[in-house]
Design a protein around this ligand. Structure first.
Ligand code: DAH
Length: 339
């Protein structure tokens, strides 16, 4: 092969080596040595100059010098050291490649259920109200017709902060806060966190969420309460669910009731979740007790109302078939990703 051909061959080999530099993480120094080293390809071409005829020599020498300076300028612009870490790394970045996907978060199932419940009642004309999580015995108990030694206080194990300050055990405290500062008529829902000093288990946790409803106006009837809650249940669980009201007891409502929905898991045939009854209890409700009106200086002769309260965790467990309440709080993404 003539020297001219060899020069051409070294030139194109060098270009190939340059291209593979970025993908193979090769180093610039290796290439420098291969071409410009003492025993490198360029040097060996110079050695061959000895056998070139006198006439040809100046011409060949020029061609060879050109090759040498071409190679060294290109190597110099690449910089020295490991090219993959070097300053010129950008030259090898393929900007058209898709980037690494960022994992997308999701809205917590409790927030989803809470939002859904809120939006149902907002459509019915209710507005939002909020109460404090740290409250006093007066708002959490007394004004709700649960005086100090009333046995109903045992229904809710309370975290006390001091003698009369506590972590609220239910969102019913917001009824009192709101009525105290607003004249009737009232139509509110009050979502929030509540706390109970209970053993942690599959069914109960020391904190959970509730949503409270309160409607006060002239001539409010139990039929309106039933109609509103029946509509709510059908919006949340589907048009086919049936509801039923069972008499119950709450100190702040009279009469009081609990509402059940027909079991959404077995279609009322009877399963483990509904304990073979075909029904699932979802909330407590009733007509506001006149004693509650007296505590907030509403005239019970003039005003009537209904109230209801429900647990968000319980709703979410029923809606999504979750069997352990603790799953909502331990932040396991394998659980949360499903919603
Ligand atoms: N506060 C009750 C509880 O935590 C739930 C409740 C029942 C709220 C009846 C109400 C109601 O407003 O009318 O168990």
């Amino acid at each position: 092969m003539s020297i001219t051909d060899q020069i051409q061959q070294v030139r194109s080999e060098f270009q190939t080596d340059l291209k593979s530099l970025s993908s193979e993480n090769g180093s610039v120094d290796t290439i420098r040595i291969k071409y410009l080293g003492r025993k490198g390809l360029v040097a060996s071409l110079f050695v061959q100059m000895g056998s070139v005829s006198k006439e040809e020599r100046p011409h060949m020498g020029q061609a060879l010098n050109e090759l040498k300076s071409e190679i060294s300028t290109q190597i110099d612009t690449l910089g020295s050291g490991d090219n993959s870490q070097g300053e010129n790394r950008e030259e090898f970045i393929d900007y058209t490649l898709p980037s690494d996907p960022l994992p997308a978060g999701s809205i917590h199932p409790l927030s989803q259920v809470m939002e859904e419940i809120k939006s149902i009642f907002l459509r019915l004309g209710f507005s939002m109200a909020y109460g404090p999580e740290i409250d006093t015995e007066f708002y959490n108990f007394e004004a709700l017709n649960i005086p100090r030694h009333h046995p109903a206080r045992d229904m809710q194990d309370t975290f006390y902060i001091s003698e009369s300050v506590l972590l609220r055990t239910h969102t019913s405290d917001t009824q009192i806060h709101f009525m105290e500062s607003h004249d009737p008529p009232v139509r509110i829902i009050a979502p929030g966190r509540v706390y109970r000093n209970e053993d942690i288990s599959v069914r109960s946790y020391c904190l959970f969420h509730q949503i409270e409803g309160l409607y006060v106006d002239k001539g409010v009837t139990f039929a309106e309460l039933k109609g509103t809650l029946d509509y709510f249940a059908k919006e949340l669980f589907g048009k086919k669910v049936k509801t039923r009201f069972r008499p119950s007891y709450f100190p702040f409502t009279e009469p009081s009731a609990e509402m059940d929905v027909s079991c959404i898991f077995c279609k009322s045939k009877g399963c483990n979740i509904c304990k073979k009854t075909g029904w699932l209890e979802i909330l407590g409700c009733g007509m506001v007790d006149p004693e509650v009106f007296k505590a907030v200086q509403y005239n019970p002769e003039k005003w009537t109302g209904y109230a209801f309260g429900m647990g968000i965790e319980r709703m979410a467990m029923l809606k999504y078939g979750v069997e352990d309440i603790r799953l909502f709080y331990n932040g396991d993404v394998r659980f949360l990703r499903q919603f």
